[in-house]
Write a protein that binds this ligand. Sequence first.
Ligand code: ZN
Length: 141
Amino acid sequence: MSERPTPETDCESGFFDMETAVSAAFARRLERERDEAREALENHTASTIHSCHDQCQRPMCVLRRERDKAIKLFESGKRACASLNEALDKTLHELREVREQNAKLTDIAERAIIAVALWAGSRTNSASELRAELEHLKETK
Ligand SMILES: [Zn+2]
């Protein structure tokens, strides 16, 4: 039991002040409430301190494990997402390069075909008509 003074012990020790004085019954009620509060606190402390383990079924412990598991899943999902984004960026960059090279090769091929057509004595040397002949050749292939 604590040695801290209470209103009751204060009264017993001779201290008496009309402004702060309380009845003995009220003092006993306060002391009873204090003791009940101390007991509740001790019970709560005793129930919180326990030897926890991975299979502990206390609701707070189960919830804590589920929370930790969810945090781990979230973190691993975040890392996977970042790595996928990086791979996607790299693929898009490569696709852009392939498209640029394809456009250059297509341009070179068209110029070559026009040059061959001119060399072979095509009826026209108009670039637009040669392109039209080229399109016709592509379609009839
Ligand atoms: Zn536990």
